[in-house]
Design a protein. Sequence first.
Length: 387
Amino acid sequence: MLLLQSIYWLSILMEFLFFTLNRVYARTRVGRINNLNVICWHAGSAREMGITESTSVNGGSSSINSNNMVFPSVETRNLKQFNFADLKAATKSFKSDALLGEGGFGKVYKGWLHEKTLTPTKAGSGMVVAVKKLNSESLQGFREWQSEINFLGRISHPNLVKLLGYCCDDIEFLLVYEFMPKGSLENHLFRRNTNSEPLSWDTRIKIAIGAARGLAFLHTSEKQIIYRDFKASNILLDEDYNAKISDFGLAKLGPSGEDSHVSTRIMGTYGYAAPEYIATGHLYVKSDVYGFGVVLLEMLTGLRALDKNRPIEQQNLIEWAKPSLSDKRKLKSIMDERIEGQYSTKAALKSAHLILKCLQCDRKKRPHMKDVLDTLEHIEAIKDRTK
């Protein structure tokens, strides 16, 4: 055990050292190369993403084999490389009035680009985009920046947020996404001081179906992807409330060969992470199904998965709500009062039973996301609200 812990902390130290060296390198030579397309990576991360262990810099090639370190290429075929000056202009110099939100690893700003050339335009004209600016001191943010590019640079689906491009300029690391005008599902469910109307039952089911399609696509793609951080704040909504999964910073490639899981450090958001992942660090595709069940329960009740401001017996939503999900009379008492009269008892019960399946402690008893999607589409088809 002591040996494993030593290896773990050594790997963290190595990543930190190479992250720091990369920043120093960027300040000196690479930062002056406008078409930079190399990032210093740990070889293990490169192999995990299926990336080759060589790359070109300004027409040349470079590889480092000593100490198991390389400069692998970042997958950018489908992405535009922006320069920092253009993104600064597009966001009004990252002023506070363009700020859309912020997290532990950076801030997100609203920007404006020309629809065809993707060059900066005046505020209020052209195409609106969301620009995520990494906190340059954050090692974890740097990892997530890499992961976003390597996943969203390769895959595309109507229910995944579209990554338009990236910027790696000196020590500045940014990502440019399509803008989602209705914000996150989290805002609509829990921030009740907004001027927007509460999400209707039909809209909630529509959002759940869209998110399920996105996850099902990831789980059944040629290289299976485990999303790992499914929660309401990562489900973004377009003008018509179509759901798109965002933020692939913690995503992992699924198991290969005979393996049933991948082993990884425990990350994500407490309250949404599957019990087997928390207990062992073993990540399965059905770990995502558990997180989906948590979000579906939040949509049904209008309550957060964890909330210390609620009475103590209600602070953990799953523990409090589970006994009511299989009882028709009790179920009504935990349903979000803002959607009362908008759904049939049959549809509510089918939704509750689906949640229970997704939240099974035994991952093998959870449905696949394709089956979850099929059930949600059947629920959507139930239009009689009197039964």
